[in-house]
Design a binder for this molecule. Structure first.
Ligand code: APR
Length: 261
């Protein structure tokens, strides 16, 4: 009798010297944070996230973009890590150095659950940055000092008018080089890559699953819906991050899980 798919994947994880976990917005869905491609609701229903999450969108309407991020920040602060975040952190604690998270998410739920080995590909929604490089600053510094920001929507530099923006990677912007290089290295080195809660629609993040597969890793998708990475996965476990990661990593008794691949 062949093992249940979830049992089989648990066996792979138990033997893997290195596990990489690529997470997307679905990882935080059970914490109440909307995924990126869910239709925007409420005030934001009439906007396209790709329009808002871009330098052009911010330049066109700084207040609208700033207020959208302010409402998302409030949602992140109010959210709690779910059982999936905790299962990853617990595994990392029990097996130091064997599991690394590579996340596309800009929330801090992996970190608040206790994960320490987390690579942030798309930045941190709770951080601020200046929108422009400051070339006109009277004091000779080439960037504005956060202390010079006047409150507003968005805050602006009291001396040169530079605006504050969220510390996230927007559409059309490059990912942080060091983070991407570290993620590529993990994708090449891991024996198993869990791809959790991502549509696989955005590169270069989604490309890490291809890198892992080409390097010989077993790629396993955890998602209730089909994704653009399904074709390269060795196994696809249909279900949610909170439910399946708990069973895969914390030794929860397996239950029937449909799988393909
Ligand atoms: N558990 C696991 N997966 C889930 C859950 C859940 N509870 N709920 C939804 N999903 C899956 C959806 O089926 C979908 O495949 O999460 C995925 C979310 O996809 P997207 O909304 O496209 O989010 P993501 O893949 O993270 O987007 C990647 O695109 O817009 C940019 O920068 C943004 O980081 C984001 C990137």
């Amino acid at each position: 009798m062949p093992p249940e798919p979830i049992d089989e994947v648990r066996g792979w994880l138990a033997e893997a010297p290195h596990v990489a976990v690529l997470t997307g917005a679905g990882m935080s869905a059970e914490s109440g944070i909307a995924t990126f491609r869910d239709a925007l609701t409420g005030l934001w229903a009439r906007f396209d996230p790709q329009q808002l999450a871009s330098p052009e969108g911010f330049a066109a309407d700084p207040a609208l973009v700033w207020d959208w991020y302010a409402s998302r920040r409030a949602g992140v602060i109010a959210a709690e890590p779910n059982a999936g975040h905790r299962a990853l952190a617990d595994f990392e604690r029990r097996h130091p150095g064997r599991l690394h998270v590579i996340t596309q998410n800009v929330d801090d739920l992996h970190q608040r659950a206790g994960s320490e080995k987390v690579i942030r590909l798309h930045g941190d929604i709770l951080e601020d940055r200046w929108f422009d490089a400051c070339h006109r600053h009277a004091r000779g510094a080439n960037v504005c000092d956060p202390g010079w920001a006047e409150p507003g929507s968005p805050p602006a530099c009291a001396e040169c008018g530079n605006r504050v923006r969220p510390g996230v990677v927007w559409f059309g912007e490059a990912l942080p080089v060091a983070a991407l290089e570290a993620a590529e290295q993990l994708a090449r080195r891991c024996a198993v890559m869990l791809v959790v809660g991502t549509s696989g629609a955005v590169h270069p993040a989604a490309g890490l699953a291809y890198t892992a597969r080409r390097a010989g890793a077993k790629v396993v998708i955890v998602n209730p819906q089909p994704s653009e990475l399904d074709a390269l996965a060795l196994r696809r476990l249909q279900g949610t991050a909170a439910t399946l990661l708990r069973r895969l990593l914390a030794g929860e008794p397996p239950g029937p899980v449909s799988a393909t691949g």
